[in-house]
Design a protein around this ligand. Structure first.
Ligand code: AMP
Ligand code: MG
Length: 472
């Protein structure tokens, strides 16, 4: 059987200034290490033989209908504007419309140099590829908007970082790879024709009901507010919320030094490059507003009446903190069993979080155990939980089915950092069993799965991951 991908490309139809035509650079000895058959089915892809799929997902063979290109974008990295970024190691093969009617990009990450590679080698090593595979699929199973992983291939080539490491390519699937930075690059260059074209494209592709640039801004704001609230609800720290990693479709994108918190603390930072904690857990809502302001600034450039556009955009951006807070409360209220939060519920949630931080409670396990004796054991001083739970129980008396609400919102399983690191170390030495195990358990994060209870445990002292690193 031959692999068939029903490409229907739209980005390739945009003018040349949007991208560079760029084929992947072949690799020596591709070996398919993962293929996501369920996702392939959603995308209407007919799988081929393993050897053939290795060739295709390594970029050695272009499937029928692919029109490979690298996308142009720019962005603010840690607050500083970088006038040109672009796909330096990613190549878009094309798009497919899934059985759900949604158009998605199929992109090879780590497929070789492009005109945007700057000093980079265009490659990825196995660790970040498997990390993104596991974490993005876990995110999808948690029900949080995200890019997906279709395949992972080992290239049979070495990649030089601080060490020599095995190379790999990830096939990433996204509702699109449009970022805030895609708008910024045209705005900053004064390429208003392209900016208008991009705005129309984004509206048609993602928010067909949006009315013009300000309608788009509003839609992105709402999608981002929902997304970031959902991250907060599972203790997810993205780690590099640069504007080039901020998706217009409102998906989690670019899994680099990201991490799920074990012990709860609002200031938690894992990323080795985030020295000042710009992207710390609790800063994420503020950063999302900051990023939206950059999108607003870019979109405004196309307005005829700039003054009016600035005023309107300012109103849209200024409404985001309130929106984020409402979304946050909705998420956290559900985590404690409350379907429709009312006055006072915010204080109840905040009180729990303050006690969790003080008590060094495990974020995931505390919420999962709420109401059970195991919850109090998460706290250094269990009476801190007991006194909170008293007020909480009184509040729950007015709720119809708190247990059911909580169960679907408090996962038992998250991709814990130490497990991800152990999985990578095993894969590098040729053992893919932990990778497959993580994928299969994390596909059902809200089920107890008693056989895999070890994966719910926080790291032992010698297993704690102190820092995470970029995917480069
Ligand atoms: P990221 O940190 O993955 O969001 O990447 C930031 C920018 O660096 C993007 O323009 C990437 O394409 C580029 N980049 C990252 N790694 C590499 C690499 N190994 N080779 C070339 N470009 C890269
Ligand atoms: Mg990026």
């Amino acid at each position: 059987m031959t692999i068939a991908i029903p490409f229907d490309n739209s980005y390739a139809r945009l003018p040349g200034g949007f991208h560079s035509v760029q084929a992947p650079t072949p690799v020596q000895a591709p070996r398919l290490v993962a293929f996501n058959a369920d996702l392939a089915q959603l995308l209407g892809i007919t799988p081929g033989e393993v050897g053939e799929m290795a060739q295709v997902f390594a970029g050695n063979a272009l499937p029928q209908g692919a029109e490979p290109l690298a996308q142009l974008y720019s962005g603010h990295q840690f607050g500083n504007y970088n006038p040109q970024l672009g796909d330096g190691r990613a190549i878009l093969l094309g798009e497919v419309v899934g059985s759900d009617g949604i158009r998605r990009d199929i992109q090879l990450k780590g497929a070789g140099r492009t005109p945007y590679s700057r000093g980079g080698d265009g490659r990825a090593w196995l660790g970040p590829v498997l990390r993104e595979y596991v974490v993005s699929e876990a995110m999808a199973a948690l029900g949080i908007p995200t890019t997906r992983a279709l395949a992972a291939v080992e290239t049979g080539e070495a990649v030089r970082r601080e060490q020599v490491l095995p190379g790999a390519v990830l096939t990433r699937v996204a509702q699109s790879h449009l970022r805030v930075g895609t708008f910024q690059v045209f705005a900053a260059r004064g390429e208003i024709g392209h900016l208008k074209r991009l705005t129309d494209y984004a509206i048609a592709r993602h928010y067909p009901d949006a009315d013009g640039p300000m309608g788009l801004l509003t839609a992105v704001r709402d999608a981002q507010a929902r997304l970031i609230a959902r991250w907060m609800g599972v203790g997810f720290i993205h780690g590099v919320m640069n504007t080039d990693n901020s998706s217009i479709a409102g998906e989690t994108i670019d899994y680099g030094p990201c991490a799920f918190m074990d012990t709860y603390h609002p200031d938690t930072v894992y990323s080795s490059i985030d020295r000042y904690g710009r992207y710390a857990y609790s800063n994420q809502p503020d950063i999302a507003v900051w990023n939206l302001a950059q999108l607003a600034t870019a979109l405004i450039q196309q307005a005829e009446d700039k003054k009016a556009a600035v005023e309107e955009a300012t109103g849209i951006v200024h409404a985001m903190p309130g929106l984020l807070e409402r979304e946050w409360l909705r998420v956290f209220a559900a985590k404690i069993g409350i379907e429709r939060p009312v006055e006072g519920d915010k204080a109840l949630v905040t009180d729990l979080l303050v006690r969790m931080a003080r008590g060094q409670a495990d974020f995931t396990n505390t919420f999962r155990a709420l109401g059970a004796p195991k919850a109090r054991d998460q706290f250094a001083d269990p009476t801190a939980y007991d006194s909170w739970a008293q007020g909480w129980r009184q509040r729950l008396a007015c709720e119809a089915a708190p247990e059911a609400v909580m169960r679907g919102r408090n996962p038992a399983f998250i991709p814990r950092n130490h497990r991800v690191e152990q999985m990578i170390a095993a894969a590098v030495s040729g053992d893919y069993a932990p990778f497959h195990r993580l994928n299969s358990v994390l596909a059902r994060p809200y089920e107890d799965q008693p056989d895999h209870i070890d994966l719910t445990r926080p790291p032992a002292e010698n297993e704690v991951v102190q820092a995470t690193f970029c995917g480069t």
